[in-house]
Design a protein around this ligand. Structure first.
Ligand code: HSE
Length: 298
């Protein structure tokens, strides 16, 4: 018994939703093949595309699967093969895709003892291993699709939000690696009341914009007063890119997860392609190699 799956990339935070908001990209992701084995052991049997640990206690996919199996006291073994297309340290949920993909497939192969929402907490164990913090804003949308909002971590409560039909995401991935652990360590631990007011105003408005398909409001809400001002220092040409995509009609722009990838939300394919092209032109004479993706949210 085996299952082949697509494990999607995700954009976490979306500016004003640090650690609580994320969305799922439907055309960027990894492929995984999960098979039952008779060895009562969870093994990573093959990784192609990237250099990642094969030891079961060091790979996020096997760690997440073990958390699931422990919960139901199952000694079923699994072999996990990962064709890793999302680069680690890219900011589009590389570890989340592996953790979420693995628990999703294992749950199916076991006859679905859990629903997709239940799987979030197991996948979060992979995130804990990868970044030292069990955040859910990548694994939740990877498992549920669309937009996810973490209302509460303790107890865990995750909501799915609607996706306006014409919404597109352009992702620029400058090929430098920023570890989530490192880009979390530079964030200030205290927030001023003034910044907090701006942030929850924007986050509330963003949620409203998703329900009402108000693209302009969505664009106005994509600001981050708290984390982005600190993290953007790590991202090459952040300010210039922001100005460039805004001038070319993008709804909003920000850091994808913990970076270095940045995202632009756009309305419709035409605008998304235009934004993608101007970014490509801007970056092509810079010293840093890059990848560009255009995706729907699904
Ligand atoms: N919310 C997390 C962070 C996402 O920004 O650190 C990491 O991809």
């Amino acid at each position: 018994e085996e299952l082949k799956i697509f494990a999607p990339a995700t954009v976490a935070n979306l500016s004003c939703g640090f650690d609580v908001l994320g969305c799922c990209l439907d055309s960027v992701g990894d492929e995984m093949l999960i098979k039952k084995n008779d060895l009562k052991e969870v093994r990573i049997t093959r990784i192609t595309g990237q250099d990642l640990p094969m030891e079961a206690d060091k790979n996020v996919a096997s760690v997440a699967v073990k958390a699931l199996l422990e919960q139901i006291k199952s000694d079923q073994g699994f072999d996990i093969e990962i064709d890793k297309k999302i680069k680690p340290g890219s900011g589009i949920g590389s570890s989340a895709a592996s953790s979420a993909g693995a628990v999703f497939a294992v749950n199916k192969l076991l006859g679905e003892p859990f629903n997709n929402k239940d799987l979030i907490s197991f996948a979060m164990q992979g995130e804990l291993l990868a970044s030292g913090n069990a955040h859910a804003d990548n694994v939740a949308p990877a498992l549920l699709g669309g937009f996810s909002l973490v209302r509460s971590y303790c107890p865990l409560e995750v909501l799915s939000l609607p996706v306006p039909e014409e919404l597109r995401v352009v992702i620029l991935h400058p090929l430098i690696e920023i570890k989530t652990k490192d880009s979390r360590s530079i964030i200030k631990q205290n927030v001023s009341l003034k910044s907090a007011i701006n942030q929850w105003g924007n986050l509330g408005a963003l949620v409203s914009a998703l329900y009402t398909e108000d693209y302009d409001l969505l664009g106005r809400s994509l600001h981050d007063d708290i984390v982005e001002p600190v993290r953007s220092i790590l991202i090459p040409y952040f300010k210039e890119l922001d100005e460039l995509v805004t001038k070319n009609g993008a709804l909003g722009f920000g850091i994808s997860g913990s970076g270095p990838s940045v995202f632009a939300l756009c309305r419709g394919d035409e605008n998304a392609n235009k934004v993608k092209n101007v970014i490509s032109e801007f970056y092509s004479d810079k010293e840093i190699d890059f990848e560009l993706h255009l995706s729907s949210i699904n």
